[in-house]
Write a protein that binds this ligand. Structure first.
Ligand SMILES: [Mg+2]
Length: 345
């Protein structure tokens, strides 16, 4: 089989981010082959991500055998090394990698979960992310809830955040898991202080309290916080996860498969984390791109609800009674007509 074309577009969803300059400006990558099969993947980077796909990665992959995913990943990484390694170039590469995996599944008439040694239609528990305690109504369906404090998370807002977290626990009751997301806006001192204050509310993890670059800060938190630390959604490639894993700087690792380098890298991160005895809980795990890996590779599976504007990705499984499962359709099992998508730009 040979790759005959690669395309990248940015479809619009309901309430999707209005500007491409956001990590959530998700692009669709399509890879055509001479066998008449097209593979689809989703990456990040908006207009800039599309440009990387349409120029550097397309030039590299035309005429190549799409079955050599690992080899092609290495060549794409090398071709973007001088300006890539993290951020938009790897987000774009992620979409191409996922499209190659979709192709592989379609070629072998197997869902991706089976390519990874797993079985479809296994029910995975979910947790729901909200941006306000007001949204914690009608709870009880999900295994857990995450309060995202990105809009108010500043160290000087400590008391307000602690009160919100207490309110969240009161709203959901004692049983469900409760997590807190600081979206890289706290500092060492406030994280230690807040973790002490919220410990009575049985918090499963504090997510991304510091910048992903502050490994020294995370080393301090590892010794001094009362609540486990999670992170990794803004980190790229398995090589960058290596120090996080080797030094056990996070208790829970949260790679985003559409940004971190695709399924190829997510598998490597799962392998490294398993050897170290650490947990992986991929960012946006209910979106289909990560769910196949969670189903096949995870010993403690838990899938985060997806972003509500990804409405153009048809064929995603629904959450029923708090559980989600991948279909047995080939590849990632998506159903959509790329030629009828409305575009952002
Ligand atoms: Mg987060």
């Amino acid at each position: 089989m040979q790759i005959t074309d690669i395309r990248a577009i940015q479809p619009a969803g309901n309430n999707s981010p209005p500007d491409w300059r956001t990590s959530l400006g998700q692009i669709l990558v399509a890879i055509d082959t001479d066998a008449g099969i097209t593979g689809y993947g989703v990456g990040g980077g908006g207009l800039a991500g599309q440009h990387v796909v349409k120029t550097v990665l397309r030039d590299l992959l035309l005429g190549r055998n799409p079955e050599e995913i690992s080899q092609l990943w290495g060549e794409m990484y090398q071709a973007t090394l001088a300006f890539g390694r993290k951020g938009i170039a790897i987000m774009a590469l992620s979409g191409v990698d996922l499209a190659l995996w979709d192709l592989q599944g379609k070629r072998e008439q197997q869902p991706v979960v089976e390519l990874l040694g797993g079985t479809p239609e296994i029910k995975i528990p979910t947790y729901h992310t909200v941006w306000s305690t007001e949204d914690l109504t009608a709870t009880g369906e999900h295994a857990g809830y995450k309060l995202h404090l990105g809009k108010v998370a500043a160290p000087e807002q400590r008391d307000l955040m602690v009160a919100s977290i207490e309110q969240a626990r009161n709203r959901i009751g004692n049983s469900p898991l409760l997590m807190v997301d600081a979206w890289m806006k706290w500092d060492i001192e406030s994280t230690i202080s807040i973790s002490q204050a919220i410990k009575p509310f049985q918090i499963e993890w504090i997510e991304e309290p510091l910048s992903p670059d502050d490994l020294a800060g995370y080393a301090v938190l590892k010794e001094k916080t009362e609540v486990p630390i999670a992170g990794g959604e803004h980190e790229f490639t398995s090589e960058a996860f290596r120090p996080l894993i080797e030094q056990k700087l996070h208790t829970v690792l949260q790679p985003d498969v559409n940004w971190c380098g695709g399924l190829t890298e997510l598998i490597r991160i799962y392998t490294m984390a398993k050897e170290a005895g650490l947990r992986v809980c991929p960012h946006r795990g209910c979106e289909i791109w990560a769910l196949h890996a969670i189903t096949a590779l995870d010993s403690q599976p838990l899938a985060e609800t997806g972003r509500p504007w990804m409405t153009w990705v048809k064929g995603q499984p629904d959450i029923r009674q708090g559980m989600i499962e991948v279909s047995d359709r080939p590849g990632f099992g998506l159903l959509f007509d790329e030629h009828h998508l409305q575009l952002v730009n």
